[in-house]
Design a protein around this ligand. Structure first.
Ligand SMILES: Nc1ncnc2c1ncn2[C@@H]1O[C@H](COP(=O)(O)OP(=O)(O)O)[C@@H](O)[C@H]1O
Ligand SMILES: N[C@@H](CCC(=O)OP(=O)(O)O)C(=O)O
Length: 383
């Protein structure tokens, strides 16, 4: 597909062609782009983005929409006047607002003959593999049916998410989950700037081919009045997506059409890593690890050298309360975390096995106890 939007063909050469020609795109829109100055939902802004996404679908593309804005959309119906500050009222607003948000999207997409399908995710859904797979299956089916999946965090029950605002990172994980060809982050600023944009003279950075190149750029975690996470969570999102082979563009919501057409708006981040398996990405970016395995020098070297599994003999101490299959961190004798992996035993089973060879364990405890603690296929180095 050379020009899925039917617009601005003149811009679709160079690295941004990856966006213009992407068949499957994850688009994330932040609260700051969906909220008017009164703190309420800005229906015109929502309508504008829907029009762009509907055009992409009409041209044969597939779109997954990750949308914030539930809290903003709950303010009006609850007569709150301004955006709530306390967590319980924010959750109540999100609960009421999510319904309003979906109703608005439903109306707007219906004007183009498109159905939407809501999926509310929590961080847990990106941590537990069975749940990750469930989400993947239902997203695939929605896309196959020509539906636009509409994703938000399950705010009413996930306090951390509302506090930290992780829709940026969620969008990156979703882009990998659905094997998207591109990720588009829509916000209230036209891309990454070389300084916080409120500062006079701050300039847009149009292209980033290596995130190390912008490591020194000053970014703030505080976003707009209504957004959460600011540029910090956006760069984290971009790091996950590009590292997993998905190119990303970060731009103003009003520039969505140009961005999708590969135009020179916002910041384009080229894909840096190869497409990793969903499993390895899941291990590397599991929102939360459940415990830590402290290992001796020899085990750390064997694992870091590549291709070695972690055996019970190399584990010196266990921290945390985890079940077999949970993600854990591996800690070297100097205290540094050097890998993440899926542990093969419950935390309660491990103390009896530590420091023992697999042969001794099989002889003494029988079949089933001679297995590795973390298999090399379940290990991701780093951090
Ligand atoms: N170096 C920077 N370049 C661009 N924006 C930045 C930078 N540092 C901080 N920001 C801020 O990040 C904000 C966007 O984050 P946020 O308000 O959380 O948006 P959203 O609601 O779309 O998720 C911008 O309004 C901007 O002020
Ligand atoms: N899930 C919340 C917003 C969370 C969030 O990440 O917000 P934002 O930083 O504006 O993308 C909501 O719908 O209001």
């Amino acid at each position: 597909m050379s020009d899925p939007t039917g617009e601005r063909t003149e811009e679709t050469t160079g690295p941004r062609a990856a966006i213009a020609s992407a068949r499957r795109v994850v688009v994330k829109i932040g609260s700051s782009s969906l909220t008017g100055p009164d703190g309420h939902l800005d229906v015109d802004a929502l309508r504008g983005v829907v029009g762009v996404l509907a055009a992409r679908q009409a041209a044969g593309g597939q779109v997954v929409l990750v949308t914030s804005g539930a809290v903003s959309a709950g303010i009006g119906p609850l007569g709150l006047g301004t955006r709530p500050r306390d967590l319980a009222t924010m959750q109540a607003a999100a609960s009421v607002g999510q319904g309003q948000l979906v109703r608005r999207y439903q109306e707007e997409f219906a004007a183009y003959g498109l159905q939407i399908g809501q999926i509310l995710l929590t961080a847990e859904d990106t941590v537990r593999r069975s749940r990750y797979r469930n989400a993947q299956r239902s997203l695939e089916r929605l896309l196959a049916l020509g539906v636009v999946p509409l994703i938000n965090e399950n705010d009413a029950v996930t306090t951390d998410e509302l506090k930290f605002g992780d829709n940026d990172r969620l969008a990156a994980l979703v882009s990998h989950l659905v094997r998207a060809d591109a990720l588009v982050l829509l916000t209230d600023v036209d891309g990454l700037h070389d300084a916080p944009p409120s500062r006079p003279g701050a300039r847009r950075i149009p292209l980033v081919t290596d995130l190390e190149d912008v490591a020194g750029v000053e970014v703030t975690a505080r976003g707009s009045a209504v957004g959460t996470g600011g540029m910090v969570t956006k760069l984290e999102s971009v790091r996950i997506a590009t590292g997993a082979g998905v190119p990303a563009v970060l731009t103003l919501a009003a520039h969505a059409a140009d961005a999708l057409a590969g135009g020179d708006v916002g910041t384009f981040f080229a894909a840096t890593g190869p497409r990793t398996s969903a499993r390895r990405l899941w291990i590397a970016h599991a929102a939360r690890t459940e415990g830590r395995l402290h290992v001796d020098d020899g085990a750390a070297r064997a694992v870091l050298g590549g291709r070695a599994s972690l055996l019970p003999a190399g584990v010196t101490r266990v921290e945390g309360d985890f079940d077999a299959g949970d993600p854990v961190e591996l800690v070297a004798p100097d205290g540094t975390v050097f890998a993440r992996g899926l542990v093969a035993f419950d935390a309660s089973d491990l103390p009896a096995l530590l420091g023992r060879s697999t042969y001794a364990l099989r002889d003494e405890l029988g079949e089933g106890y001679d297995r590795v603690v973390v298999h090399r296929d379940d290990l991701v180095l780093g951090r």
